[in-house]
Ligand binder design. Structure first.
Ligand SMILES: *Cc1c(COP(=O)(O)O)cnc(C)c1O
Length: 232
């Protein structure tokens, strides 16, 4: 029997496919990450165990939520990414539960992750860029993105996977899209400058994923469209 989440996930997949086709991209180039903040483990499990969720990723914003929900979801194969700010004193807890930290916005955090990741393991890392310059948002300035990416790429135990941003909080689609285009340009510049692994572009959420796909997103991060509005 289908559950409501399976239907909503299918609708998001259709949105991504339509957006990809509209700009001549293969929908398979775009992975959906489910942003599960504030939702409990049982709800997350109900989504992640539907057949349509076989290829999705999960993202959490807070280390505390990774820790509290982690044990109840540990049997699921879905890779989990950290998509919120990380304090250096919570690095060990985060490393236990994630395969990728998308929200690296300082050399200091990159150094801490590299130092603690442990032998025989490689952690995927993305550099978060604040393309909209909104003060509430985590991320380095566009000018600081390439230097930080170069720093990450040189650190042992880390694999520079690409770049992440949160689009401008605005109804102005041109403004939002310009920010996504900026992240793509940063990514292209990084790859051209020898950071050839940094191909991922994590951008686009429920309200703006079409614009992000049009600008080259390889990961779109979706919460509300699948889980409904958050109460907290
Ligand atoms: C919550 C969140 C999302 C998903 O946002 P929705 O608007 O609910 O789709 C994506 N990225 C980050 C970093 C988030 O915190």
């Amino acid at each position: 029997m289908q559950n409501v989440y399976a239907d909503r996930l299918a609708a998001v997949q259709a949105r991504v496919a339509d957006a990809a086709h509209a700009c001549g991209r293969d929908p398979a180039e775009v992975t959906i990450l489910l942003a599960t903040k504030t939702h409990d483990a049982a709800t997350i499990r109900a989504v992640l165990t539907t057949p349509g969720a076989a290829t999705v990723l999960r993202g959490e914003n807070r280390v505390q939520e990774l820790v509290t929900k982690g044990p109840a979801l540990a049997d699921l194969p879905t890779p989990t990414h950290l998509i919120g700010p990380l304090q250096s004193n919570k690095v060990n807890a985060a490393l236990r539960w994630v395969t990728c930290v998308e929200s690296v916005a300082s050399a200091r955090l990159a150094d801490a992750l590299s130092a603690r990741v442990g032998p025989g393991r490689t952690l995927d890392v993305m550099v978060q860029v604040n393309v909209s310059a909104e003060q509430t948002k985590n991320g380095v300035t566009p000018d600081d993105a390439l230097p930080l990416a170069q720093h990450v790429a040189a650190l042992p135990g880390l694999h520079l996977a690409g770049f992440m941003t949160i689009g401008a909080h605005s109804d102005d689609q041109t403004l939002v899209r310009t920010g996504f285009a900026m992240l793509r340009t940063i990514r292209d510049t990084a790859v051209t400058n020898g950071l050839t692994t940094a191909t991922a572009l994590s951008m686009g959420m429920t309200s703006d994923l079409e614009l992000a796909v049009a600008e080259g997103a390889t990961i779109v991060r979706v919460g509300t469209a699948v889980f409904g509005a958050r109460s907290t």
